[in-house]
Each structure stands twice: as C-alpha cells, then as structure tokens.
Design a protein around this ligand. Sequence first.
Ligand SMILES: Nc1ncnc2c1ncn2[C@@H]1O[C@H](COP(=O)(O)OP(=O)(O)OP(=O)(O)O)[C@@H](O)[C@H]1O
Ligand SMILES: [Mg+2]
Length: 587
Amino acid sequence: MFKKIMQYAGEYKKYTYQAVIYMLLGLLFHVIQFVFIYRIIHQAIGGGTGWQFYLTQVIAIFICGILYALLYIKGLIKSHYGAYNVLRNLRISLQGKLEKLPLGVIQEMGVGSVKKIFTDDIDSMELMLAHALPEGFSNVCIPLLVYIAMFLVDFKLALLSIASLPIGFIAMMMMYSAGTSKMGAYYESAKKMNDTIVEYVNGMEVVKIFGKDGESYQRFSNDVRSYRDFTLAWYKMCWPWMALYGSFLPCVSLFTLPIGSYFVMTGASTFEHLLMVLCMGFFIGPTILKAMSYMSILPQLNYKITNLEELLDKEPLHHGDKPFTGKDHSISFENVCFSYDGENEVLHHVSMDIGQGKVTAFVGESGSGKSTLAKLLVHFYDVTSGSIKIGGQDIQEMSLENLNNEISFVSQEQFLFNISLLENIRLGKPDATREEVIEAAKKAQCGDFLERLEKGIDSKAGDSGKMLSGGERQRISLARAILKNAPIIVLDEATAFMDPENEDKMNRAIAELIEDKTVIVIAHRLYSIKNADAIAVMEHGECTAMGRHEELLKNSEKYKALWASSEGTRTWGTSNKMEREKGEKRA
Ligand SMILES: Nc1ncnc2c1ncn2[C@@H]1O[C@H](COP(=O)(O)OP(=O)(O)OP(=O)(O)O)[C@@H](O)[C@H]1O
Ligand SMILES: [Mg+2]
C-alpha cells in the first residue's frame, strides 16, 4: 500500500526513515526510565538507602524524559518535513498526469472528484506519512521491547499482562473488516456529494430560475443525506468494536493485578516484580493503543491510495516527443473515427485535406461533429482510428507542447483564469511584454470594455471569467490567439456572442490575424464564411461535401438547406432591426 506512494517520495524518503529512528531512540529513553523506577522500587522495598541514591535516580528519570520529548519532537519535525514534500511531489505528478490525460477521462470523473483527490485525499496521506508510518512503527517496536524486559523480570506476570491483548486485537480486526466492507460505498457517496455540490454551485443560475424544488436541488439534498447515512452506518458498525478495543488494549493490568496479587500472596511471585510489571504495563497500554489507532484509519487510507493510484495509472494520450517536422502547415484528416465514451461513435471515417495558408470552414447542424474535429486536431483526445497529419507528420508523433506551439485554438467554450486580463492574454505568449499584450487586446477589439473597467487590463477576470460577458470573453480569447501568432488557427464560433457592430470589428481583426495562416473556421452564420477557400459540410459525424460556396450551392443539398436557413435568420434579424428603427423614428 505504501510502496506506490513512496515512489513519489524521491529524496524525501530519507526524512521518513530518519523520523522512525529518532522516534525509536526517543521511546527507548522512555523505556530506560523504567530501569531507574525499578531501582527505586528495589531499594525502597529492600530497606532503603541514602537520599542521594533516590535523587540520582529521579534526575536520571528526568533526563530520560527530556531526551524522549526532544527526540520524539525531532522525529515529528522530520516526518512532517518529509510528508509535506511527498504531498507536493504527488500533487505535481498528478497535475502532470492530468495534463496528459484525454479530456474525456477528466470530464467523466467530475470536477468535484478531481478536486477531492487533489486536496482532501492527498492531504490525508499526511496522516500516513507523518504519523502512521513513523509513530505507528515505533509504537509497535517499543511495547515489544518492554514485553521482552517484562519476561526477563517475571515471565508469569508478563504472560498475565499479555492475556488481555488478544481480546483487544480481535475487536480491532473486526472493526477493520467491518470498516473495509462499508468503505467503498462510503467513499463513493462522499465523491458523489462533492460532484453534486460543484455542479449545484456552477448551475446556480439555472437553480435560481427554476426554484429549489428543481431536480438539481433534489439531487443535492439526496446526496448530502446519503453521505450522512453512509457515514453514520460506517460509525455504527465500528463503534462497538472501537469501544471494545479502546477498553481492552490499554488495560494490560486487567489480569495482572488480581492474579498477580494472588501469586505474591502464595509466594509464586514477589511484590517487587508485581509493582515493576504493573508500572511497565501502564506504559505499554497507551503505546499499543496509539499504534493501533492508526489501524482504524487504514481502510480509509487504503481506499484513497487505490483511487489515487487508479488515476496515476490511467492511460495517457498517445503522443511522442518529437518536434514539429511537417513540410508545411497543411492538415489532413485521414479516415478519422472517434467516440467520446468508447461506445457511441460521433465521427465516422472523416477524410479531408486542408490546404496550407487556406481558410477552411466547417459547417453543419448542431451536434454534427465540427467542434469534435477541431478538438481532435489540437489533440484533446486520441482518435479511435485513422490519423491526423500536419504537413505530413502525424500529430501523435509530436509532444503536446510542440503541437501546441503550431496551433492557436479559440474554442467555443472560453475559459479565463481568475487572474488579471493581462495575464490571461499573456498565456498565449508567456514572454510577451505588457505593450505587446495591450496591442493584441486592441486588435481583438477589447479596447472599449477594458476602458470601462476600473483597473483596465489589470482587472481580474473573476471565477472562470464570470466578471465578463460572453462576447468580452471571446475577445480576450482572440487576443490570446493574436498574441500567440501560431501558423495554424482554429476558430470555433469565435464571434458567436458578438453584436453586429463588434462582429464587424472582430472580423477585421480576424482577417488580419489569419493572413498567410492555415485557418479552420467553424461558424453557424454562413454568410461570414461565404468567401472561405473551402467549406466542409458535416452531417451526423460525416463529411458529406467539400468545396467553395458556389460549388456547394449547386452540389450539396445539405449546404443549400443550411445556407437558406442561415440567410433566413439573417434577413429576419435585419428586417426586425429595420422595423425597430422605423418604429423608433416614428416615436
Ligand atoms: N464531451 C463529450 N462527451 C460525449 N459526447 C460528446 C461530448 N462532446 C460532444 N459530444 C457529442 O458529440 C457529437 C458532436 O458534438 P460536437 O460538439 O462536435 O458538435 P458541433 O457540430 O460542434 O455542434 P455545435 O454546432 O452545437 O457546436 C454530439 O452528438 C455530442 O452530443
Ligand atoms: Mg461546436
């Protein structure tokens, strides 16, 4: 169980081992105290000696106590230093892993679960690394030593001291197995509650509109209730066993005191030995209990570690580490099939060539697979079969970073980090100067709204960019792409949220951005892509036609229908606008 986690410990592994040594040494001094206690008892019962003897013994006990405390604390410091560094390594490795996973795997897990693994689950490893491992280990070793000493003092009394342990251990094992059987369901309900809470907060807008009785609220309250029920069921199962081992384990004098006293009375043992064994017993009890208390968290830890390992072992995207070596920036989709979930295919044998330096538009009804094609090109997912090549080089050969350098993707769903707008744009080119960022923002028509913001380009974007409107977020994303200036540009509905006036300005900025570049434009408003060099018509995951606007009007029934409905919407919009303007004039 610890093996896998310790792989991530690297150089910090030694701190955990050092912690074990310090704690063992500390506890050893704790045990040595009993030698001096024994000497005091021995002398006192045997008729006593001068006060100097007792004083030296007390001083020795005191020094051992101080050494024990110092070494134990030193051990704890080491174990925590090691543990938190391992947690850091784990989080960094996990982040690296997530970056290489297909997006679908992460989406399937849910934001809540991913967050839970990153924060709560990894944090709980601290308990294992900083406490359970070093403290648990040394708290098991020391009672063993003390028991050996006890046997040397008086084996009959030592046997009596051990007699109560099996009852405690059996109770502990029962609790462990009861806990493990419920742990899966308990953990699942915690995960579900996390996901639902995240979804509930994200969907607050919808919840507010449709009221608390909506399905979302119902799910939220059901999941919270079921988490409560599972937790209580888990505790209910464990409590009796916890009470039993909690009472029996520390109580090593349970049989020693009555039977041991009988031995003393019958002369089978001495009073001196009984006192000594009882003293040792008082030390062993709490130590064993402490060691065993870590046992109770093992089922939980085991489950969390397994989850973490599953995530770390998930198959990453297939990509090589070669640089881009394509002969140009033409793109070819060759017989591409793709399914998000491994069952329902959403792209079927799509083949198309996109010329270097040409503007190619993807059109088609909603759900026809346009965005999916774009996401495959930027390698968010692996194709199920077929291949995608840039300048003749398969994108799977390149590292994600090298591929990323060749493509600017302005996606349909813009995401902004809650950092300044300047930093958000700078993501496109991390070494850009402030002036370059401002220039890109101006080109992307961000000037107007940036002026309105109190801190201008230094204003924060808000959680997921919520401080900005949809159109404003799109312009920031476009500024990012302008700054990046990659040779391939993919614009997925980049102007969908724009009002006509801004769309015009934005189209001019786009025209400047895409000069001499290989461009893929996805658009529902067909008049904006009418002049594209090529238009690919997507229908239910297939590319059914490709050509220029005039050709497609003649050859593709689907394109004709799309064009007619797009024009219809446009003229409807325009005539509505004219009607409105007329009305305003009349008024
Ligand atoms: N993350 C996902 N997981 C599972 N299925 C998905 C996912 N994203 C899209 N799909 C499915 O894949 C199909 C193609 O979706 P895609 O987003 O490519 O369509 P689109 O042509 O871009 O549509 P739109 O014009 O509405 O943006 C749809 O049937 C959709 O339901
Ligand atoms: Mg889309």
